[in-house]
Design a binder for this molecule. Structure first.
Ligand code: SAM
Ligand code: ZN
Length: 283
């Protein structure tokens, strides 16, 4: 079956670079992107482009995690988090700006940012092809590409007005390289109170390391300085399946069975959502 070329990918052909030779642009060619030397990357029929070839990435969400994340985000429980990310991005993106969402997952946050910026284009990067199936459909102006954040990005220097990183791994040097000097890196991460009720009752849930903020600062400090930080904290009530999805969308799901969670009223019926969102300016 011929693969139709995703219209949003067209918006990015000037910024994408061949990940193999790192210099050439990519051009559409028979359901693929190709560089002039002949390196070829398939466009999946689900709409994302597979730029990540060779050795497999070491991390990335599996299908069950992605489905749980998709369901949970569709409840609107994280809408205030999306709003703050979109507001910080809107302050930094010009009329026809470019947003790169790293570890974009299902594209929920990227779509929220693009909704707020009618002329902007968005690119989602993630190792999880299952997540990218959703991200490729998340917004008319969003393209989705497989990529591992720990490798040099398949993007030109100074390509982005905003790099968005929501609960995802980071690569400060590459974030700095692909951002324009006037651009912003927006990092959203949990505080120690985030989902505390759930962490208290489900021992397999990964705890938030108290030194996390310090580590983040140390990693970003050579490349970025803080422009503004906002804290968002609120309580949400959970229906039974929502709490299960909150566990299932994290790596902890691999260490605990659904039966263990549903028996004996382990799951809370409300949780605290508590995140910090910082906009950083490149040094
Ligand atoms: C906690 S999820 C957050 C997803 C999305 N930003 C959100 O908040 O809905 C972390 C995401 O990072 C992706 N990821 C994990 N390791 C990665 C890597 N090395 N490179 C790129 N993405 C990665 C996962 O597949 C997953 O989609
Ligand atoms: Zn090439």
């Amino acid at each position: 079956m011929p693969v139709s070329f995703p219209p949003a990918l067209d918006l990015f052909l000037d910024l994408l670079r061949c990940p193999t030779c790192r210099t050439h642009r990519l051009h559409p060619d028979h359901g693929a992107l190709r560089c002039p030397v002949g390196h070829t990357f398939d466009i999946a029929r689900h709409g994302y482009t597979g730029l990540l070839t060779g050795t497999r990435a070491t991390s990335g969400d599996d299908a069950a995690m992605v489905q749980a994340r998709d369901r949970f985000l569709s409840t609107g429980a994280y809408a205030p988090v999306r709003d703050i990310a979109a507001r910080l991005a809107a302050d930094a993106v010009p009329e026809r700006g470019t947003v790169v969402d790293v570890g974009c997952g299902t594209g929920y946050y990227l779509a929220g940012v693009l909704d707020r910026l009618p002329g902007a284009r968005g690119l989602g990067l993630d190792t999880s092809v299952r997540a990218l199936r959703s991200a490729a459909r998340a917004h008319d102006r969003a393209a989705a590409v497989t990529w591992d954040v720990f490798r040099p990005f398949p993007l030109a220097d100074a390509a982005a007005d905003v790099v968005l990183d929501v609960f995802a791994p980071r690569n400060p040097a590459e974030f700095h390289r692909v951002l324009r000097p006037a651009g912003r890196l927006i990092v959203v991460r949990p505080t120690g109170r985030h989902l505390a009720e759930l962490r208290g009752r489900v021992p397999a849930m990964v705890t938030v390391d108290p030194a996390k903020e310090q580590r983040l600062h140390r990693a970003l400090n050579p490349f970025f300085e803080v422009a503004v930080t906002e804290q968002v904290e609120y309580s949400v009530s959970l229906a039974g399946p929502d709490a299960l999805d909150l566990v299932a969308m994290t790596p902890s799901a691999r260490h605990v069975s659904r039966a263990d969670l549903t028996e004996g009223g382990v799951l809370p019926d409300q949780v605290t959502v508590s995140v910090l969102a910082t906009a950083y300016r490149p040094r």
